[in-house]
Design a protein around this ligand. Structure first.
Ligand code: 13P
Ligand code: SF4
Length: 312
């Protein structure tokens, strides 16, 4: 962007931030932002976090309105956990292709084939799928959740890559759905080899939504929060990062003197980037779009989320 355009954008964002402070007060609203959101949104969030932390915050808030800056399933989870709150999203077109890869009808068919199995569903799923689920998990607690389940057989959905990762840390038989994250699944062994050759002193940290052969190359594997914590606390100074590029905001904030190289230019989730600061302000102005989940579905789905929140 040219200098003048940059200046204009900075001025516009200043005005939007001022308007947002006013609106938040008027509406008694809280802003939750996933680490994959644009920097301009993470900057104004009351809480930044991964899926797990933000679900906890939604369940615990005493605000009247939750503005959930992430993708649709995250807003839905917030609404299920806090049914009496208004949950707004900046743009309801921000969906998650992985969540759309499993439908409740298909899941019911699989359950019928494995009547003794319990269903563990990644939080990246629709409310309808959560309603068919025994317990949810996120990438931050997936291994713990699977091992907490009272069954030898697990139906796991929808992320095959995370499912493969978890299966290495459990004796349970895992029946794994064939879904995946279009963004993380794009990272290849070749990408990592090229980055390692360019940055021989860097450690490679990766999200378990990446392919198994990519995860196998990592110095550290963890959820977005775990990656951020590892990089902050590590004595290493340079990292190749195998997760979505919005994570760079928190990584650089925590460790301004360390160097972070994203492992591929394709590690950008276009769905997460549908939201912007202007839309955050607009949704609080208009109180639209709101997330709605039918009470019958929400009551069933809530059980699966609450069971997850209780796993220690
Ligand atoms: P976490 O927030 O659990 O790290 O998951 C990553 C993700 O892809 C969210 O959409
Ligand atoms: Fe879905 Fe992947 Fe985007 Fe997360 S990063 S919202 S899993 S497509």
């Amino acid at each position: 962007m040219e200098a003048l355009a940059l200046e204009r954008k900075a001025e516009q964002n200043r005005e939007l931030r001022e308007r947002l402070v006013q609106l938040k007060k008027e509406r008694n609203a809280i802003i939750l932002a996933h680490y994959y959101q644009r920097d301009e949104i993470q900057e104004v969030a009351d809480f930044r976090g991964d899926s797990f932390l933000l679900a906890q915050k939604a369940a615990a808030t005493d605000a009247d309105v939750i503005v959930f800056c992430g993708v649709h399933f995250m807003g839905e989870s917030a609404k299920i956990l806090a049914p009496n709150k208004i949950v707004l999203v900046p743009d309801e077109r921000a969906g998650c292709p992985m969540a759309d890869m499993v439908h409740p009808i298909g899941l019911r068919e699989l359950k019928a084939k494995h009547p003794n199995a319990k269903v563990v569903t990644y939080i990246n799923s629709s409310a309808d799928v959560k309603a068919e689920t025994d317990i949810c998990c996120t990438s931050a607690n997936a291994v713990k959740v699977v091992n907490s389940v009272d069954a030898d057989e697990i139906i796991w959905c929808p992320d095959k890559n995370l499912g493969h990762y978890v299966s290495q840390f459990t004796d349970k038989k895992m029946i794994i759905w064939e879904g995946y994250c279009n963004t993380h699944d794009m990272l290849t062994v070749k990408d990592v080899a090229e980055m390692r050759a360019k940055h021989p002193n860097a450690q490679f940290v990766v999200h378990p939504e990446c392919r198994p052969e990519v995860v196998a190359l990592a110095d550290f594997v963890g959820s977005t929060t775990a990656i951020i914590k590892y990089c902050r606390e590590s004595d290493h100074q340079e990292f190749i990062v195998g997760t979505e590029d919005g994570t760079g905001y928190q990584l650089r904030l925590d460790s301004p003197n360390k160097t972070f190289h994203f492992a591929s230019k394709f590690l950008v989730c276009p769905n997460m980037k549908v939201n912007n600061l202007k839309k955050v302000v607009r949704c609080l102005e208009t109180m639209q779009p709101q997330i709605y989940v039918s009470p019958e579905v929400a009551d069933k789905a809530r059980l699966s989320l609450e069971r997850m929140l209780q796993v220690k």
